[in-house]
Design a protein around this ligand. Sequence first.
Ligand SMILES: *[C@@H]1O[C@H](CO)[C@@H](O)[C@H](O)[C@H]1NC(C)=O
Length: 214
Amino acid sequence: MDFFNIQNFSLFFSYIRRRLYATFYSLGLLIVIFFFRKHAADNDRKMSSLQELVNNLSSSDVREQALFELSKRTELFDDLAILLWTTPTVMTALLQEIIAIYPDLSNEALTLAQSNKVCNVLALFQCVASHPATRMPFMSAQMPIYVYPLLNTRFKSKPFEYLRLASVGVIGGLVKVDDTEVISFLTSTEVMPMCLCTMEVGSELTKTVEFPDS
Ligand SMILES: *[C@@H]1O[C@H](CO)[C@@H](O)[C@H](O)[C@H]1NC(C)=O
């Protein structure tokens, strides 16, 4: 009986080898699918909690917490700007927060807590201003104009300094790209004199933000 001859052996081994390859291949595929699905599920969870945070901006009792959480993470999610811009009532709520501080801008007693809250709003504004998909709608809606009064203060205390710094950040977000439409909007609204005034009263930090190359 020549069952154990060389040819049968090599056939047998090549058969085993092919089975092994097939097994490893399907195992690998399964692992890839597993991680892909896990990643997708994680992403879904992250997105839904992000959406929840953005929704929470609309209700005044949880707004402050949501502002705090979101302003820390503006860099983490690419499309936060779109979410902020398209979720109904969110931009209105943010605008209300900004306008609510106007009466206190002429009062040197502005507190750090007040300033921090509005700085968090401004961080979200900056996020919207610098995203390519929301920059133009943000400008067309004249949103930058609501930031100008915060630039136009002259008190040197920290709360005011932080407000000016965050406001300059919003303008900086707009001019991140060299877009003639943005530049002509900004020159037509005379934001430049305000930025110069900010430089005059501001600290080194504000000056650096305004003219990063100098
Ligand atoms: C949103 O607000 C609700 C209360 O209205 C709170 O229970 C929930 O944890 C908040 N969501 C996030 C993601 O912070």
